[in-house]
Write a protein that binds this ligand. Structure first.
Ligand SMILES: *[C@@H]1O[C@H](CO)[C@@H](O)[C@H](O)[C@H]1NC(C)=O
Ligand SMILES: *[C@@H]1O[C@H](CO)[C@@H](O)[C@H](O)[C@H]1NC(C)=O
Ligand SMILES: *[C@@H]1O[C@H](CO)[C@@H](O)[C@H](O)[C@H]1NC(C)=O
Ligand SMILES: *[C@@H]1O[C@H](CO)[C@@H](O)[C@H](O)[C@H]1NC(C)=O
Length: 354
C-alpha cells in the first residue's frame, strides 16, 4: 500500500471582520512557505483508499497557520467584560483555563501558506509516524495522528456538543462556562456505548463532526483522546472565518450549522463511498434534519441515525416527522438519557437501528 498525501495546501481562516479583536488579519500578497516564527496546527486526519485507485491511500490534511499570539491579555479582558455584561459570568477566578481555551482566538491567521509534508514509513499505512517537516530550513516536527480505515465496513459520524460532551448548547451562560472554564464531562454512558461500538462494528472509523469553531480544536481533541480513547478519530470543526468577541460564544446559535454538517457528510461520503455509517447526534441543533437529509440523499450509506432527545430542545413528534420525512422508522432511533446504556445492545452490524 502506498501513501499519497493530498490537499497539502493548508486551509486557512481569514478574519474578515476583526471587530473588538486585538489585531487585524494579515494577507500575504502571494503564496509563501511557513515562516519559522509562524505557529502551525495540523489537524488529525482520516486516511482512506483512493476510490479511483484503491492501492493508494489518501490523506486529507488540514492545518492552520498563524503568527504567534502577541497579546492574549487584551482578548481576555475583552471577553471577560463581554461575558460579564451579557451573561453575568465572571471568569476572573478561572483565567488560566480560559486563557488556554481561547489561545487560538488570539492568533492572527495567515492565508496562502503552503507546507511540505514528509511522511516517514510510507510502506506501512497503519503505523505511520505522524511527522511533518515544514520546509528545508525549518525542521520542526508537527505532531498529528492519521486514522487509516478500509474502504468497507462501518464508520460512526458523531456530533460532539450535547451528544458525547455535556455543553448546555441551549443555554448561553452554561455553554460559555462549559466551553471556557469547566473540565469537560461526557454525556453519561456514552464513552461505554462508543467503546462497545468500537468492538461490535470491528474498529469503525469514528469521525467527530462539530459546529464548534476550529479554534477549540486542542480542547476538544484532548477531551476525545482521553474520555473517548476507545473511539478516537479525526475531528472536523467549523471554519469560523469572521469573528467578533460575541461569535466566540454564539457559535452554537449559528443558522449555517445544517449546511456545514451536510457538507462534511458529503466530504466523508467522498472518502468512504463503500462504508456504512451510524450517525449520532442530538435534538439541540439540526442533527435530526441533517441526518434525515443524508439518509434521503445517500440511502444505505447511512445505516442508521441515533438522536439524543435533550431536555428543553424541540422534541415534538412533528419536528422528527418532518426531519425524517420519507425515511423508514427502522433507520433511526430517538433516545432519552435512561436509554443510553441500552444503545450498546443494538445490533447495528446486523442491520438493526433500535
Ligand atoms: C475556511 O475559510 C477560508 C477563508 O475564507 C477558506 O479559504 C477555506 O477554504 C475555508 N475552509 C473550509 C474547509 O471551508
Ligand atoms: C462584573 O460586573 C459587576 C457589576 O455588574 C462587577 O461588580 C464585577 O466586578 C464585574 N466582574 C468583572 C470580572 O469584571
Ligand atoms: C511529538 O511526538 C514525539 C514522539 O511521540 C514527541 O517526542 C514530541 O514531544 C512530540 N512533540 C510535540 C510538540 O508534541
Ligand atoms: C418544533 O419543530 C416543528 C417542526 O419544525 C415546528 O413546527 C414547531 O413550531 C417547533 N416547536 C417549537 C416549540 O419550537
Amino acid at each position: 500500500m502506498r501513501l499519497t498525501l493530498t490537499f497539502l495546501t493548508l486551509v486557512l481562516a481569514s478574519f474578515e471582520s476583526a471587530y473588538a479583536l486585538p489585531r487585524a488579519y494579515q494577507r500575504p500578497s502571494r503564496r509563501s512557505s511557513v515562516d519559522v516564527l509562524d505557529d502551525v496546527l495540523v489537524f488529525d486526519a482520516p486516511a482512506f483508499d483512493d476510490p479511483a485507485n484503491p492501492e493508494n491511500t489518501l490523506v486529507q490534511l488540514q492545518g492552520y497557520v498563524a503568527t504567534r499570539e502577541i497579546s492574549i491579555q487584551s482578548l481576555l479582558s475583552g471577553i471577560s467584560t463581554l461575558l460579564n455584561q451579557t451573561l453575568g459570568l465572571d471568569i476572573s477566578q478561572d483565567l488560566a483555563t480560559a486563557t488556554s481555551r481561547l489561545a487560538l482566538f488570539g492568533t492572527i491567521p495567515l492565508s496562502g501558506k503552503t507546507i511540505t509534508a514528509n511522511v516517514n514509513g510510507c510502506g506501512n499505512a497503519v503505523t505511520l509516524p505522524p511527522l511533518t517537516a515544514l520546509s528545508s530550513t525549518d525542521s520542526r516536527n508537527i505532531n498529528f495522528t492519521m486514522f487509516p480505515s478500509s474502504a468497507d465496513g462501518f464508520g460512526v459520524i458523531s456530533d460532539i456538543d450535547d451528544t458525547v460532551k455535556v455543553s448546555h448548547t441551549l443555554d448561553k451562560l452554561q455553554l460559555a462556562q462549559a466551553t471556557l472554564i469547566d473540565t469537560p464531562v461526557p454525556v453519561t454512558g456514552m464513552p461505554d456505548v462508543y467503546a462497545s461500538l468500537s468492538k461490535s462494528l470491528e474498529s469503525p472509523q469514528f469521525i467527530y463532526v462539530s459546529a464548534s469553531p476550529f479554534q477549540l480544536y486542542p480542547f476538544l481533541r484532548d477531551f476525545i483522546d482521553t474520555t473517548y480513547s476507545a473511539s478516537s478519530g479525526p475531528i472536523m470543526l467549523n471554519n469560523l472565518t469572521t469573528t467578533s468577541l460575541s461569535s466566540i460564544i454564539d457559535f452554537a446559535q449559528d443558522n449555517g450549522i445544517e449546511a456545514y454538517k451536510s457538507a462534511m457528510i458529503d466530504r466523508i461520503q467522498g472518502m468512504y463511498p463503500g462504508k456504512k455509517f451510524l450517525t449520532v447526534g442530538d435534538s439541540t441543533q439540526k442533527d435530526p434534519e441533517t441526518y434525515g437529509e443524508a439518509i434521503r440523499k445517500y440511502g444505505d450509506f447511512i445505516a442508521c441515525a441515533w438522536i439524543r432527545k435533550v431536555d428543553g430542545a424541540n422534541n415534538t413528534d412533528e419536528r422528527f416527522a418532518e426531519a425524517f420525512a420519507g425515511v423508514s422508522p427502522s433507520k433511526y432511533k430517538l433516545y432519552t438519557d435512561d436509554e443510553i446504556p441500552g444503545l450498546a445492545n443494538i445490533d447495528v452490524a446486523g442491520g438493526s437501528c433500535s
